[in-house]
Ligand binder design. Structure first.
Ligand code: IMP
Ligand code: MG
Length: 423
């Protein structure tokens, strides 16, 4: 398979978890490179649903090495409970199939408290974060006051640094009207988690290079989506990491020239959870999908905002990530729609945009220019080959891939592994 980066081409929740699970079959190593437990990757295997937040979805398959890279912010308590959950499902998680980077940054309770307090302070201008402390944890990393995994697993270092950090953060929390934290209880909980994680902690840069030398194929598992990228997304309505393909290099220590291919995942329509512009948002399609029981957040349970497929966004995503191949998911979500709209440009006054404008206020003032496609109005969930899809569904899938400037590679018609059509 060669080294492959998989990214979301929209605002997250494109169905990456499922496509990663399918592609993992051909990979030896799966690496998470950015984000934290704000992510929620839903994977269905043999009718059983698993939601993963930190551990790469590759863990569900035997003999795959799963790595949390240095670019991730890791909530150790969350990670330990995710590992326990997997073991309850009979999935082995051992130092042989799972490694955690010693330089990944640690998410601590004050990050979560600050995330919540800042959101509250923002009021109407809130970002709609997952409140997992992601922004404040990356903020500490950039401000060079973060705690890394190698300090977490050393009780003496953890105690010293945590005492300092809690002191400063308690002052901030108090000024924001939030409750201060107790060093004693935070230390007890995080030290315990650190000791449980210790056997898994490694220099993952060296590990990945050893693996490559031995001929391993690596799959880089993106989290969130292109337009939640801190640099390339709809700032400030973004997450705090580089979710795009470049993040795979910085977040793992594997250099750019070792990357062979970029796969983009996109839904056959558009969704977003949280605040911020969503040009093709449409209440009818939102209602339709929610009434089908679809499009509720995997991490927070919030209903996702839904809209028509936005080719301006996906074309932009192809550009920024260098997407070669596309996986289109949730094609079956449009099975009952009579006429399907696709946004091919934005207009604002006399200006037309073929890519997403950088200023969210400009973006908010844009109206989509649509083209329409006839719906296929037939169930696709049982289709197993591209030929079995209704002709109109094939035409739609091909058209949105073309409009996104990338090759159609996979069409997915349901959450199961078997509902994956290779084109
Ligand atoms: P944060 O990452 O929790 O700070 O949230 C920032 C923004 O990114 C919010 O709009 C979240 O809803 C969104 N977000 C974060 N993680 C995900 C994800 O995995 N899927 C979809 N949206 C996400
Ligand atoms: Mg998700």
């Amino acid at each position: 398979m060669a080294n492959t980066i998989l990214v979301g081409a929209q605002w997250g929740d494109e169905g990456k978890g499922k496509i990663i699970d399918v592609l993992t079959e051909q990979a030896d190593v799966v690496v998470r490179y950015a984000g934290g437990n704000n992510a929620g990757h839903t994977v269905m295997v043999n009718g059983k649903k698993s939601v993963l937040h930190l551990i790469p979805s590759g863990i569900l398959r035997k003999n795959k090495l799963c790595v949390i890279g240095n670019g991730v912010v890791c909530d150790p308590v969350g990670l330990v409970s995710e590992m326990a959950g997997l073991r309850q499902h009979g999935i082995k998680v051992t130092p042989k199939n799972f490694a955690l980077s010693e330089t990944a940054h640690v998410v601590l309770p004050y990050h979560r408290e600050l995330d919540g307090a800042r959101e509250q302070l923002k009021g109407e201008n809130k970002i709609g974060t997952t409140k997992r402390g992601i922004g404040p944890a990356y903020g500490d990393k950039a401000a060079r006051v973060g705690l890394r995994v190698n300090e977490l697993i050393d009780s003496a270092k953890l105690a010293a640094k945590l005492a300092d950090r809690i002191k400063e953060n308690n002052a901030v929390l108090k000024s924001l009207g939030a409750k201060p934290l107790s060093f004693k209880s935070v230390f007890a909980e995080y030290d315990r988690a650190g000791q449980q994680l210790k056997p898994f902690v490694q220099n993952t840069v060296v590990l990945l290079h050893d693996q490559m030398r031995a001929g391993a194929d690596i799959l880089f598992e993106g989290a969130q989506g292109t337009f939640l990228d801190i640099d390339h997304g709809t700032y400030p309505f973004v997450t705090s990491s580089n979710t795009t393909a470049g993040g795979a290099c910085t977040g793992s220590g594997v250099p750019p020239h070792r990357m062979d291919r970029v796969v983009g995942v996109m839904k056959a329509y558009t969704t977003r959870v949280g605040e911020g512009p969503l040009p093709t948002e449409n209440p009818e399609i939102s209602d339709l999908l929610h009434n089908m029981g679809r499009e509720f957040g995997a991490t927070t349970g919030r209903p996702r905002r839904c809209g028509w497929f936005d080719a301006v966004a996906t074309r932009h995503a192809t550009m920024v990530n260098g997407i070669d191949d596309l996986a289109i998911t949730n094609l079956d979500g449009l099975d009952t729609v009579e006429s399907i709209k696709v946004c091919v440009a934005y207009r604002r006054g006399k200006t037309q945009y073929d890519y997403i404008p950088n200023d969210v206020q400009v973006l908010a003032g844009c109206t989509p220019v649509y083209v329409e496609f006839e719906g296929w109005q037939a169930p696709t969930v049982k289709c197993r080959t591209f030929k079995q899809l209704p002709a109109k569904a094939r035409a739609y899938a091909k058209a949105i891939a073309d409009l996104s400037n990338a090759r159609l590679f996979i069409a997915s018609v349901g959450p199961g592994r078997e509902q994956t059509i290779f084109v």
